[in-house]
Write a protein that binds this ligand. Sequence first.
Ligand code: TPP
Length: 330
Amino acid sequence: MDEPALDEDGLIARVFAPLATAAGADALGDDAATFLAGSEDIVVTSDALAAGVHFFADDPPEAIAAKALRVNLSDLAAKGAEPFAYLLALALGEGWSASWAERFAASLRSDHARYGVTLLGGDTLRASPGGGTTIAITALGRVPHGRIVRRRSARPGEIITVTGTIGDAALGLLCRLGTDGAPFGLDAENVAALREAYLWPDPPVEAWRAVQRHAMAAMDVSDGLVGDLRKLCRTAAIGARIEADSVPLSPAVRAAVENHPAAFDKALTGGDDYQILATLRPSKVEAYMAELAELGLSATVIGEIVETPGLSIRRRGVPIDITDGRFQHF
Ligand code: TPP
């Protein structure tokens, strides 16, 4: 008899969570884990990227390196943690060369300066014959003891915000693949902006302090806004109501949606955004946004947390259905 299929969440919950008995692991239900070190908590997160799954093998090595590091720093920022170091396990696949590795490392070096992190250790190996490059990064950050911002702490009455804009990278990927109506009748400049967003994620890493000071709950948006918000609702055993027209869209995504309305669902479900979804008490929203604005960052109110479980999406007050196209590995 065939074994029952397990998706990523199922594998984590059934197979691996039983191993994660330390309190700081939060039963593997969050973006990161913590452990106490002196008077502060060290926050640890790990994200791996594989050629053909998270990036294309012929993407510039600089962009691949930046993506690998930044998707991890994004998880730390969403936990209110200040990043300081990371470990890198790099399995070099077919077609690698010393100059590829040099360019990869030069890109990491420039992100060290930008984000205040350093390489602490790791491993470098050849991928299995015929295999593609895989990059696993474990990033470390710090918060004062007990101050990590979890997913499960969201409560009814809180305001839901999201940083930056949503959907650029997902539509950029479709532009690259030329599927689902892409390039959505866009001009070359807009297509280039979307493809750039896919190649070079730019998470609001510097937002960590504002998140730590003001957010009640937060997570990073990697698998798609709608799917990740549903995940937050499940984890916190609450519901969320969002107004679809409030979701912040860049001019390029707006133009794509005008030409191809179906691009809207893709933008909200496609993933690769690496923005921060945070819930805040209403009295904190203004201060959170002001603090982000000082850093040149933005956040937009998209809805509120409610008691009734599940996600309700409205458009100009009317409930709509957005199919959960959350990125799934299995
Ligand atoms: N195909 C390619 C070549 N590149 C992509 N980025 C995608 C598809 C889309 N994609 C791959 S992984 C992913 C998305 C949207 C979600 C984020 O990755 P995951 O490993 O699930 O990160 P986590 O949620 O665990 O942080």
